[in-house]
Design a protein around this ligand. Sequence first.
Ligand code: CAA
Length: 376
Amino acid sequence: MKGIRRMVGIDRLNYYTPRSYLDMHTLAEARGVDPMKYIKGIGQEKMSVIGPHEDIITMAAEAAAPICDDKAAIDLIIFATESGVDYSKAAAIYLQHLLEIPNPVRVIELKQACYALTSGLHLARDFVLSHPGKKALVVSSDVAWYGFETAGEVTQGAGAIAMIVSENPRLAVVNSGTPYTSDVPDFYRPNTHDVPIVDGKFSIECYNTALKQTFTPGGYTYIGFHMPFAKMADKANRILQDDAISDDALLHVKSFSKEIGNIYNGSLYLALLGILTGVGDLTGETIGMFSYGSGSIGEFFTLDIQPNYQDVIEKDAWTTHLSSRQALDMLGYEMAMEHFIKREKETDYHFSLTAPDDATFALKAIDNGHRVYTRL
Ligand code: CAA
């Protein structure tokens, strides 16, 4: 086999974001802030708000189900999250059950702020490289919640990303990256806290430092940036100076994030969705990807887009999913988040509301701390 390069990467990709959103004009008015601060200064137009029947596992299932057509081929499930529901049991086990993935499978939950999904992608790549013929399901699912009337409130959101990692991927080969780890207190959530402890300005400095330490020039037309808020992509791109991508390319990078908000682990991959959806033909293109997780680690890596990748992406479904959400008023947003925060602390809970017609999965109950899900 000497001399043959095995190609491993993303075979399928999908996302899910809840069916309701808060418009940034509505939030700005309620908070007595000039809406242009949120829209121009932060770069956000909307943020997705989690529904009453949902949690990180149902969101992951919604993202993964459409791309898990060969369940028996999945040998590893990696679930990246910083909104975990259990200190011990991996969210990946609930997902395996809900998606009816056969039992002979390895499962694990990964944590390192917003970076864990990228770590999961690279671990899955290495797993497939060392286990020829095997496939991995790599997902992330998060609810970014800073609290009402905080500086971070405008940078919230909710959503999930799912990827199938395989040999001879139809979408993109994943190339190994350059990591940079540094112990910094920019953003963290100790076990005692419901919301993160954040030094917002410092976190942006740490992000920028990690980008400078890891960026590898390559003449990229498109670079996906981790976006805790869409304007972060502009800030990061400026740092790259001569290697910066064009303003037009940046519009594609930000197109999903500005509508959804921060989905923590998945936010970098919203940039990839924006590029894949907005650009005509990317065959043969090498896309730069910068992942950042507070605490902190940054990693820059690249994706080689494969011929016929358009056959395995769902541009129309992805944009329709975004444009078909319902707007909430302030009361609706506050009630949704209060319900979510309260429910996540319950040991016993029974869902008594109605899930929307387009939902496939719902959290039915929490029974002595154990979660019970249903396929609708
Ligand atoms: N019109 C237009 N622009 C305006 C404006 C107006 N009326 N008013 C203010 N602005 C601009 C400001 O000039 C500023 O622009 P620059 O950043 O270019 O200077 C921008 O709006 C934001 O204004 P402030 O700096 O005053 O904003 P803030 O103090 O409210 O904080 C924030 C912003 C730090 C992002 C805060 O929302 C926050 O802490 N968010 C959470 C932390 C975060 O997202 N950190 C990012 C890196 S960490 C990471 O990446 C991991 C992760 O996912 C969390």
